[in-house]
Design a protein around this ligand. Structure first.
Ligand SMILES: Cc1cc2nc3c(=O)[nH]c(=O)nc-3n(C[C@H](O)[C@H](O)[C@H](O)COP(=O)(O)OP(=O)(O)OC[C@H]3O[C@@H](n4cnc5c(N)ncnc54)[C@H](O)[C@@H]3O)c2cc1C
Length: 435
């Protein structure tokens, strides 16, 4: 019997557990990707839910996945429309008994999964959802989801002590083709209703979607540059490609898995050096896991104004102040430089994100969900769990055990950009003295 793998945020061949399990279960296995126009519509705040940077990155990742699938004898069938309709129709056309997909945790994605499962059930077909987005597998956690600690350190210590990272999924894959089916072409950014992009050469890296580019980045960062050896000391940087790994866009689209990075770190530790920096990269991947499990535990509360703490905070709806924040025009130069970087490239450092988020919520006193929505639109590495979880954390309604944490942005600028090099890089022309 045959099966269909519906790719979503798992745009890779290697260490793809969904693909490996589906391949083991079927004689013939087809592959599909669906562009859902809903994901590119404008939000109530006026910007698209997925902006041009991420759209372009996903297009590239899907293109490359299509090439890899061709090499494996198959074809990546492209559809545009509601995935529930499109994938269930395709399941009929291909006459498959089962649709396989990687399990998601946030409400919109889960809603689509549930409706598709129902549609397939009506047609006497099955759906298999496979957990694979995290470093530690859901089933390997040392606590049930309802008892997931609300403090990161407790979670981290728990998994470090009692769980282990599974080995990579191995498979020698062959995929099937159906010559009578329409494969369809991948839409362009313009066809998705978005503005075309002009590259800004001031950006930290020319991010390109796809599994191959993800591995190029790993090779550059780990093996050619040996930057992993000093990651812990550089990770709060702001300028250049190598102060941090920049793996996030590839992780978000699933061009690479956190387990692949973990096993590569272990190889680095065996072959080059093992130190606090090599540990710290894995530590950050555990943060990524944590936000995903928090999203699973709390469901829609990830998106509530009062957050998972159920705490009322600032809720100003000042459109003018919000616009000046988005435009990098607040007059606070460190904030402005970061917001311009985001606008021009779709990327911002972790230090920058913490500062601009804190400034929006604690200084401008604006509803944190507006900021999170804007990040959702702009970030090339947008991931619902990491984004909304981090925003809740900074806003003081999430997993931060410290009450009323405040980033003094001027102090932060002095500490992390003492000579104003970063501000000058993005705001040359405006005076640094006015920070
Ligand atoms: C307000 C706010 C919003 C954010 N939104 C996102 C988002 O949408 N997508 C996203 O991937 N990250 C998000 N982050 C987390 C973090 O800023 C980025 O993961 C990081 O800057 C990406 O750069 P890097 O890959 O070079 O990270 P590195 O420092 O090299 O870290 C390696 C990897 O660890 C993970 N990681 C690191 N820090 C965090 C963190 N705080 N939370 C979760 N995972 C982390 C990422 O997957 C990252 O690629 C957000 C942080 C803040 C404060």
């Amino acid at each position: 019997m045959s099966g269909l793998v519906w790719f979503r945020n798992d745009l890779r061949i290697n260490d793809n557990v969904t693909l490996a399990n589906a391949f083991a279960a079927h004689e013939k296995l087809y592959a599909a990707y669906c562009f859902d126009p809903k994901g590119f519509e404008r939000t109530q705040l006026g910007f698209p839910k997925t902006g041009s940077y991420r759209a372009q990155f996903i297009i590239e990742a899907v293109e490359e996945l299509g090439k890899r699938i061709e090499e494996l004898g198959g074809q990546l069938i492209i559809r545009c429309g509601d995935p529930v309709e499109q994938i269930s129709l395709l399941a009929d056309e291909l006459n498959v008994e089962c649709v396989w997909t990687s399990q998601e945790v946030t409400s919109e994605e889960v809603y689509v999964e549930e409706r598709l499962e129902e549609e397939l059930w009506k047609k006497h077909k099955r759906m298999e959802k496979v957990w694979q987005s995290t470093l530690y597998h859901l089933e390997d956690l040392p606590f049930p989801m309802s008892k997931l600690p609300d403090i990161f350190t407790l979670f981290r210590k728990g998994v470090e002590k009692e769980s282990s990272v599974r080995p990579l999924a191995e498979h020698s894959l062959r995929l099937a083709r159906c010559e009578t089916i329409e494969v369809s072409k991948i839409p362009t950014v313009a066809e998705l209703g978005l503005e075309a992009l002009a590259e800004d050469t001031r950006g930290v890296l020319g991010f390109e979607g796809g599994e191959k580019s993800a591995w190029n980045r790993i090779n550059d960062y780990f093996w050619d540059g040996l930057h992993l050896s000093s990651y812990k000391n550089t990770r709060n940087g702001l300028l250049g490609a190598n102060y941090s790994s920049k793996f996030s866009p590839w992780l978000a689209a699933g061009c690479i898995s956190p387990r692949q990075i973990y096993h590569e770190v272990k190889r680095y530790e065996r072959q080059i050096t093992k130190n606090s920096s090599t540990y710290w990269l894995v530590f950050e991947l555990i943060w990524r896991d944590y936000f995903r499990f928090v999203a699973k535990k709390y469901g829609n509360r990830l998106f509530y104004a009062k957050g998972i703490k159920n705490k009322a905070l600032y809720s100003s709806k000042d459109q003018v102040a919000f616009q000046s924040w988005m435009d990098g025009n607040t007059g606070q130069l460190f904030v402005d430089a970061n917001m311009i970087e985001l606008k021009q490239t779709g990327f911002m450092s972790n230090r920058g994100r913490q500062n601009v988020a804190s400034y929006l919520v604690k200084d401008l006193e604006i509803d944190w969900r507006w900021g999170a929505s804007y990040f959702e639109s702009m970030l090339i590495d947008y991931d619902p769990c990491s984004n909304w979880g981090n925003w809740q954390y900074v806003a003081g309604v999430g997993n931060d055990p410290r009450e009323d944490r405040y980033f003094n942005v001027s102090n932060q600028a002095e500490r992390y950009d003492p000579k104003g090099a970063y501000v000058n890089h993005w705001l040359s022309g405006r005076t640094v003295g006015s920070i």
